[in-house]
Design a protein around this ligand. Structure first.
Ligand code: CAA
Length: 282
């Protein structure tokens, strides 16, 4: 299937990154948020990505303008998806919210459109169950920051068709990403492994075994992590890390239980870089 138009639902760190990267690679994009204020912030995040692209010498100022011109922002979800060939949902990690969105997408997107979710860990089969096209629902999991991270994880729900998997695999390659494919299971591949790593780093801090700096230094110098796990948790967002951990705990039990320090930080609104305070101050 030829993809001309991509609709992105949600313009947080992931949605804005996906919108930018899709336009960067030549696609027409619509992006939608719940209200004008969030849309304005999302469009600014897309511009920030464009500026980074120029500063890193990846695009010229003229190309930057063309990239922005291919991205249309709207607060009207039905309008955003009405002529989309694929929709990529990237809203907060909450099953009820995702189901509500997928009901709306199913009602408003063209019949041929694939409905993909960028969920970090939630069940694709359960999200697909609220639609009349579960064979066209699939996990398309990008990583943060989208322009720099080379992977897209493709997750098959119980009813996802081979054709749908091929469409998103082709799209990921058109977006210059590598892909891996897996069955629907909490956390898929990456977050099932990364979730416990982040949790153990938080537990080391919580138990007073080492300082935040030494935990991160140990993992960057001892295992060549590009950034330490506590800094990475701040980067991903502690609210997202907590939701991932809760999904893993629900699926696999006690060993994935989120550490109390992570729960407390989220309760206090210390969510990492986006709130300027997490395990570090920004
Ligand atoms: N436009 C175009 N290209 C861009 C760009 C942009 N806006 N931003 C970056 N790039 C390009 C760069 O030019 C560079 O290209 P080359 O390799 O050709 O030079 C490439 O992307 C890498 O970018 P940087 O040079 O900025 O990267 P860096 O070396 O400074 O590393 C980092 C920064 C990528 C963040 C690195 O520290 C890192 O990998 N950290 C770990 C990040 C991580 O693990 N993310 C996953 C989190 S988990 C997740 O996201 C999933 C979830 O569900 C929670």
């Amino acid at each position: 299937m030829e993809i001309n138009k991509i609709a992105v639902i949600g313009a947080g760190a992931m949605g804005s990154g996906i919108a930018y990267w899709s336009s960067f690679n030549g696609f027409n994009v619509s992006v939608t948020e719940q209200n004008d204020e969030l849309l304005k912030r999302g469009m600014q995040k897309i511009k920030d990505n464009v500026i980074t692209g120029v500063n890193k010498g990846k695009i010229t100022p003229k190309q930057a303008e063309e990239i922005m011109a291919k991205i249309k922002g709207t607060v009207n979800l039905a309008e955003a998806v009405k002529d989309a060939d694929i929709v990529i949902e990237a809203v907060f990690e909450n099953m009820d919210l995702k189901k509500e969105i997928f009901r709306k997408l199913d009602a408003s997107a063209p019949k041929h459109a694939v409905l993909a979710t960028n969920t970090s860990a939630l069940g694709i089969t359960e999200i697909a169950s609220v639609t009349k096209r579960p064979e066209k629902v699939v996990g398309m999991h990008f990583f943060n920051p989208v322009p720099a991270m080379k992977l897209v994880e493709i997750v098959r729900g119980n009813k996802t068709s081979d054709e749908t998997v091929k469409i998103v695999d082709d799209l990921a390659h058109a977006l210059k990403k590598e892909t891996v494919t897996c069955r629907d299971s909490p956390g898929f591949i990456v977050n099932r492994i990364l979730g416990p790593i982040l949790n153990e780093a938080v537990l080391l801090l919580q138990e007073g075994i080492a300082s935040r700096e030494d935990i991160d230094k140990a993992m960057t110098l001892g295992t060549n992590f590009p950034m330490g796990p506590l800094r990475l948790a701040d980067f991903v967002g502690l609210d997202v890390a907590l939701e991932v951990s809760r999904t893993l705990e629900k699926g696999f039990g006690e060993k994935f239980k989120p550490p109390s320090l992570l729960v407390e930080k989220v309760k206090r609104g210390e969510l990492g870089i986006k709130t300027r305070k997490g395990f570090y101050e920004y």
